[in-house]
Design a protein around this ligand. Structure first.
Ligand code: SF4
Length: 451
């Protein structure tokens, strides 16, 4: 097994290798080749501002490179890959928190760049290569010309051109999962919120939406997508907004208006799941799938991160249970932070949560945050037991809750409303282009098993 060597960025911006120093992960733990995979396509290598590179000498001591020679470097992974270890670094005292990115440990192995990650889904639909800038600029202009007064078109054009947001891009490319932002406000104050930060020295990477779209504005962009897009998903709840549930009456009207016009495609909500009774209105209106954001199955960890206003973790569980009972396809957006979510208490709590909610899919999301911003605001890691490692955590999940899927993004899965009896309500159907199965009350449909 080759020894992974330290990588660093020179002041000139070159990536260099220190062949006399072993690479480390956060907490100064030596990296081994078994922790690493070759750098996948679509990765961005990022210099970590005011973070000095640190490596392990063959003598066993640590060596911190001077700022003249080099800064720490990390990988930012594309969707489809789960980060397993954070990078090691030495913070220059009294410097700013790191920008909100998902920093992953890297190293050089036999002269090649490797990263601490595992592939957890097919990145095709999210890969930067699937989003031609030229084509997007053209499509944005066309849509803005066609719908000059639609504020959602203007908002998501900003998200495409300034943030390269895939779900905003799909609105203009008329395919796959498109996003619709509806809520300027939120009833949580997440430590890592990417659209609004209350603490002075923390800068959210995206601007929060400033208006509430009308039902007509929503339907104007969503209906053509449901009717014509390939594997169409319309998703309420985007990174550039607060909590969509705070606008549930408008979403309810929009869903009813859309379903009055078409049965095509999938209507999804990405939410913090805070209000089960509000969500029930959306289930009744025809919502197909729900993705609830969480960092943990344990109430203490959840509430430390989400800092909820006017709801508790039990409400989140209730929202998922009701969705499952109503036949929606249910998933969580599990904010993944190595060294915390893989601790014994967290893994046990996650398994209990998955079983209690009869969850169908865990979407793994690398949490974009500075470790030294997150950890001081969370319960002590020691109180959560030993860290098992994310690879081990996934193995345990596959063994303990084999029925739950693991992946990185939502599936175009419609729910079937059956009027027969409740037990049938739990059949979900993977949707091809434009297909929607009405109620097949006669017999359970011989549909492909979703694997
Ligand atoms: S639920 Fe979303 S919008 Fe609300 S604080 Fe958390 S990350 Fe931000």
């Amino acid at each position: 097994m080759a020894t992974p060597h330290l990588l660093y960025v020179t002041p000139e911006g070159e990536i260099e290798e220190a062949t006399d120093l072993q690479a480390l992960s956060f907490g100064d733990i030596p990296l081994t080749e078994a922790d690493l995979i070759p750098l996948p396509d679509g990765v961005t290598l990022s210099m970590m501002p005011d973070r000095l590179a640190v490596g392990l000498k063959s003598s066993g001591g640590l060596e911190v490179l001077s700022s003249e020679s080099g800064w720490a470097v990390a990988a930012l992974l594309p969707i489809g890959y789960m980060r397993t270890l954070l990078p090691a670094y030495e913070k220059v005292p009294d410097t700013e928190p790191l920008p909100f990115f998902g920093y992953s440990a890297v190293a050089s192995v036999d002269g090649e760049i490797y990263v601490a990650a595992i592939k957890t889904d097919d990145p095709y639909k999210w890969h930067p290569r699937s989003f031609s800038r030229q084509k997007l600029e053209r499509q944005v202009k066309l849509k803005q010309k066609a719908l000059p007064n639609n504020r959602l078109v203007a908002q998501h054009a900003h998200c495409v051109l300034d943030y390269s947001c895939p779900t905003a891009s799909n609105l203009f490319l008329s395919r796959w999962e498109m996003g619709i932002a509806v809520s300027p406000s939120c009833n949580a104050t997440c430590v890592g919120c990417i659209s609004e930060q209350e603490e002075e020295d923390l800068i959210s990477p995206q601007d929060r939406l400033t208006f509430v779209p009308t039902v007509d504005e929503i339907v104007e962009v969503a209906l053509p997508h449901l009717l014509h897009a390939e594997e169409a998903i319309v998703s309420f709840g985007q990174g550039c907004e607060g909590e969509p549930l705070l606008q549930w009456p408008r979403i309810e009207k929009a869903i009813k208006a859309l379903r009055a016009k078409t049965n095509h495609g999938v209507i999804n909500i990405n939410t913090n799941g805070s209000k089960p009774r509000w969500l029930q209105h959306l289930y009744d209106a025809g919502l197909d799938t729900i993705r609830v954001s969480t960092i943990s199955g344990h109430p203490e960890t959840y509430e430390a991160y989400y800092r909820p206003k006017g709801y508790v973790f039990a409400d989140v569980i209730e929202s998922l249970k009701r969705a499952r009972a109503d036949g929606l396809y249910t998933s969580i957006n599990l904010l993944s932070f190595p060294g915390m979510i893989d601790r014994e208490r967290e893994v046990e709590a996650l398994i209990k949560f998955v079983r209690e909610t009869d969850l169908q899919l865990i979407q793994l999301r690398n949490l974009n945050i500075d470790p030294e911003v997150l950890l001081p605001r969370m319960p002590a890691l020691k109180s959560m037991g030993e860290a098992l490692g994310l690879q081990k955590m996934l193995e345990i999940l596959r063994k303990e809750v084999p029925e739950v899927k693991l992946g990185n993004f939502s599936r175009p899965i419609q729910r079937v409303r059956r009027s027969v009896d409740a037990t049938d309500a739990k059949v979900n159907v993977e949707v091809g282009v434009g297909e929607r199965r009405e109620s097949a009350s006669s017999a359970r449909p011989s549909l492909p098993v979703i694997d």
